[in-house]
Structures are given as C-alpha cells and as structure tokens.
Design a protein around this ligand. Structure first.
Ligand SMILES: Nc1nc2c(ncn2[C@@H]2O[C@H](COP(=O)(O)OP(=O)(O)OP(=O)(O)O)[C@@H](O)[C@H]2O)c(=O)[nH]1
Ligand SMILES: [Mg+2]
Length: 239
C-alpha cells in the first residue's frame, strides 16, 4: 500500500449515534494513517457529541455540522470539496450505519493505486448483498436495469462505498453531478463514464444496518427510475 498518499475517508451522518463510534474505530483499525471527515446534519440524536468525544483522543477526525438535514448528495459534494482544498490524494466514501465493512478500505486503497475510481460491488464475483429479501430483489434488479439502460460496463451503481483518486480525476468533480437525492450515486457513475475514466469494481459484502433507522424515502425509487431514463437518453442519443 502506498504509504505516502494522503487519504480522506468520508461519511455523512444523520442520527447515527449508535453506529458512529464503531465505524470510526473500524476505519482507524484498517487505515491508521487516514484522516476522517464526517458531515453531520445536526442529528437530533446528538451524533455530534459522540464524534466530539472521539476527537479528544484522535486529531485526525474532522467534523462539519450543518444546521439541518440537507441531504446526502450535498454532504458528499462538500466532502469532495474538502478533500480538494486540503490537498488529499484519495477520497473514500462510505455509509455510517456499518453496512460497509471498514475491512474493505484496504482493498479500495490497493486498487486506487492503479484505478482512478473504485466502487465496492455487491454484484460481481465474490460480492454479497445480505439485505432482506424484498430489498435485495429491488436492489439487484434495479442495478441490472441501470446497467442495461446506461450501457455502462458496471454491475453496481447505488452503493456509496467508493474511492476517488482526486489527482487522476483531473476534469472531474462531484459537483458536476446534477441529479439530486439518492440518484446522485448513480449519476456519479454516468459522470465518471462520460469523462472517460475506467470504473474498477471490487467485491464487498453489504449488511443491512442493525441499529438506527434507514433515511431513504420510498419516493426515491421512482425518482431514480425517472433520472435513469433521462441520463440514459442523454448518454445514448446525444453523442
Ligand atoms: N449528513 C447527512 N447524512 C445523511 C442524510 N441522509 C442519510 N444520511 C447518512 O447517509 C448514510 C446512508 O443513509 P441510510 O439511511 O443508511 O440509507 P441507505 O444506506 O441508502 O439505506 P438503508 O440500506 O435502508 O440503510 C448513513 O450514514 C446516513 O446516516 C442527510 O440528509 N444528511
Ligand atoms: Mg444504510
């Protein structure tokens, strides 16, 4: 692993008080040299106090508290800007609910040494999705549909466990991704593909959260289908 790279691991939090400590411990265990950035949207469960406690013994944890719930897409864009302006090499994103295993960080970093963009994938050989059955079906066939319509050679579009080599992704910025809400994660792959960068999938095992509640509104499924159609039409017919 390249010891000289400056790595920022990013997560967005909304009511993750029960998860954030284990997440930070897991990140530090696997990537002791990294910095961590957390964007908390003033979670009513006071997630920020838990983070401030951890900051006392760890100088590499950075916390941005926004005044209210402003969405996951804008939190990720803010994280990317932070990584750019603080001269990080690698920007790695993950959820705070322990669905993403911090052990996979090592593999993400390993592949970032060769690929500008790496995504943790549940749908390639070696990957697993341990979601409940109804959600699994939706996720599996949803991702398949995105692959078919987008004609992007990738089997995973929706999970947020990703690594960006900021220095290599020269003309790319997360702020270029215009689709909002949870479609933003799919939109990021369209943008990476449009700019001509390769997408490297590495297998991950995804677990449903065991603590706290999901924040994904059901309406997002319909929005994703709408955005998928718009993005695919733009990609395939306006060349
Ligand atoms: N800062 C911030 N974080 C958010 C917001 N919405 C969700 N998050 C965080 O984003 C991550 C993903 O949210 P989840 O609710 O787990 O959504 P999901 O993983 O797509 O859905 P589940 O599989 O049901 O958990 C978690 O770490 C949340 O705490 C938001 O509006 N602001
Ligand atoms: Mg989750």
């Amino acid at each position: 692993m390249t010891a000289y790279k400056r790595i920022l691991v990013f997560t967005a939090c909304y009511n993750e008080k029960e998860n954030v400590r284990d997440l930070i411990i897991g990140i530090k265990k696997n990537l002791p040299q990294c910095s961590i950035l957390i964007v908390d949207d003033n979670s009513p469960d006071n997630t920020k106090e838990e983070i401030k406690e951890l900051q006392k013994t760890n100088p590499n944890i950075h916390l941005i508290v926004r005044e209210k719930k402003l969405g996951l897409d804008t939190a990720h864009k803010l994280g990317y800007e932070y990584a750019l302006s603080n001269n990080f090499d690698y920007f790695i994103t993950m959820d705070a609910d322990l669905s993403h295993d911090p052990k996979d960080l090592i593999n993400i970093v390993k592949y970032l040494d060769f690929s500008p963009f790496v995504i943790g994938s549940r749908y390639i050989n070696g990957g697993k999705n341990l979601m409940k059955r109804s959600r699994l079906i939706l996720s599996k066939y949803g991702n398949l549909l995105i692959k078919k319509l987008s004609r992007i050679n990738c089997s995973e579009f929706t999970t947020s466990y990703r690594g960006f080599d900021i220095k290599k992704l020269k003309n790319f910025n997360l702020s270029d991704v215009k689709v909002k809400g949870y479609s933003f994660f799919m939109g990021t792959l369209f943008e990476i593909n449009k700019k001509g960068f390769l997408i490297k999938e590495i297998p991950i095992t995804f677990k449903d959260r065991t603590k706290g509640n999901s924040k994904i509104p059901r309406i997002e499924i319909l929005r994703t289908i709408k955005n998928l159609i718009i993005l695919s039409v733009k990609k395939n017919f306006t060349k």
